[in-house]
Design a protein around this ligand. Structure first.
Ligand code: ACO
Length: 435
């Protein structure tokens, strides 16, 4: 009779062990054994027991989560069960942030309260302005953001208060509100422009565009099509389950660090070009290719392993990233307002050739979320060093949802992987004149 367990025979000893299998919502992606159960498998009583060895966590679930679901083979992404396509079409970033954090879509009055709460936390401590002013004009805005987020923990004396729910709510609203303003101020400082302070009368995305682009707060009017495009981009970037930066947020938070420091760590993880820094790398790549006629030569360089095709490939998706499909469509809506970004032609040709070429097909390499997003941001007038900041701002909601889920999960302890030691056995110290 079928049983939900694994029988393992240790050929060193002839012993057999039965290890239970448990399941999440979708057994295809969510059947697991507890690798701690393997510790029972020992040669003798002195043996530490067997571990799972999984460099870079290719096949290790670090938590049970009910926030985001990805079916990488089918190209499906859902937040709390809602398809990303429906959320991008019908929702707003703040509504989605609420959904990620609290598990359900808000009622009209809950959304109003939530929006007021976030809007009430868009102002950042004045000392952060001074801190940002200290950066050189060529400082990367992502470096400024990471520094300022970490710095927030020193400006909020209650940053380390994690026990009571009211503090968790305070930190959550503060970070979602503050991060947008810090991102906008980083941009303004790097361009030598005066800060435009948040306007509580404006929606989250409209206010953000105003803080970026207004010459004078009262005169700037963001185009509704650009506000809608930013809402869509922010929704698409809001969470993506246990990726590099979310795992960092959980990992730092598991040691009891305050959420401001944990979020700075998550943002630092995002900064890397293999993760959220890829949107910047894509634009640099497209600029380097410069013309559609140079695309075949670039593809050859990728196949010769000289360069990566930036914005392609994903650990989880072995199918078109559903976010890239939506972003590609959004690009044309933005171009209606801004004029076409000619780099889109190079990107489309890269995609066309790659999707027909066996090198990419056999490795299931498709465009990911970062492939088209930078083209939109550039059309909106934003410089490449802002693209990862524009990823970090909405991802703050996801990081906080993941962190709060971790805090409430009784199974979670301080994150601490094991290692398989491969170094020297014990040896005696050698005096310097004898080496
Ligand atoms: N260009 C060329 N070859 C690639 C690419 C790429 N973009 N991505 C993967 N490959 C190749 C690898 O060389 C490898 O080939 P091999 O098996 O012959 O050695 C194979 O495809 C599998 O790739 P891995 O690197 O093993 O896949 P992994 O899951 O470790 O990496 C990653 C995923 C980091 C996203 C990778 O695809 C990559 O570097 N992409 C480019 C950077 C990028 O766009 N990152 C953003 C990802 S989305 C996000 O984080 C927000």
């Amino acid at each position: 009779m079928a049983k939900d367990s694994l029988t393992i025979t240790d050929n060193r000893t002839g012993e057999t062990y039965e290890v239970p299998i448990f399941h999440g919502t979708y057994p295809k992606y969510a059947s697991a054994i507890r690798t701690a159960d393997l510790r029972e498998i020992k040669v003798d009583d002195d043996d530490f027991g067997l571990m799972g060895y999984d460099p870079s966590y290719l096949n290790t679930a670090s938590c049970q989560s009910s926030i985001t679901f990805i079916d990488g083979d089918e190209g499906i992404l859902r937040y709390r069960g809602y398809p990303i396509e429906q959320l991008a079409e019908d929702s707003t970033y703040l509504e989605v942030a609420y959904l990620l954090l609290y598990g359900n879509l808000p009622s009209a009055s809950a959304l109003e309260d939530w929006t007021d709460k976030i809007k009430g936390h868009e102002s950042i401590p004045e000392s952060i302005n001074g801190y940002l002013n200290g950066f050189g004009s060529n400082a990367h805005t992502m470096g400024m953001l990471v520094g300022a987020l970490g710095g927030l923990s020193t400006f909020y004396s209650d940053a380390g208060q994690l026990q009571e729910k009211e503090y968790l709510e305070l930190h959550t609203a503060r970070l979602i509100g503050n991060v947008a303003t810090i991102g906008a101020f980083s941009f303004r400082h790097s361009r030598g422009m005066p800060y435009i302070f948040p306007n509580q009368e404006l929606g989250f995305c409209e206010n953000f565009l105003t803080m970026l682009f207004a010459e004078d707060g009262s005169k700037y009017q963001a185009d509704p099509a650009l506000i809608k495009a930013l809402e869509v981009l922010f929704i698409l970037h809001a969470d993506h389950e246990q990726n590099c930066s979310a795992s960092t947020m959980r990992g730092i938070g598991s040691g009891g660090a305050d959420p401001y420091s944990s979020l700075a760590g998550a943002a630092a993880a995002l900064y890397g070009p293999l993760h959220g820094g890829a949107n910047e790398a894509v634009l640099k790549m497209l600029g380097e290719i410069a013309d559609v006629k140079n695309v075949p030569a670039y593809i050859e360089k990728v196949k010769n392993r000289e360069v990566l095709l930036q914005g392609f490939g994903h650990r989880v998706y072995k199918h078109y990233d559903p976010r890239a499909t939506i972003i590609k469509k959004t690009a044309y809506e933005v171009f209606e307002v801004t004029g076409k970004n000619p780099l889109i032609d190079i990107a489309l040709e890269l995609e066309r050739i790659a999707l027909e070429d066996d090198f990419f097909v056999s490795r299931s390499l498709y465009p990911n979320v970062d492939f088209y997003s930078g083209i939109i941001y550039q059309a909106m007038g934003l410089p490449v060093d802002m693209y990862t900041v524009l990823f970090a701002i909405p991802r703050t909601a996801g990081w906080l949802a993941q962190w709060r889920e971790m805090l409430s999960d009784k199974e979670q302890k301080i994150a601490r992987p094991r290692q398989v030691y491969t170094g020297e056995d014990e040896r005696a110290f050698v005096d310097i004149d004898k080496r």
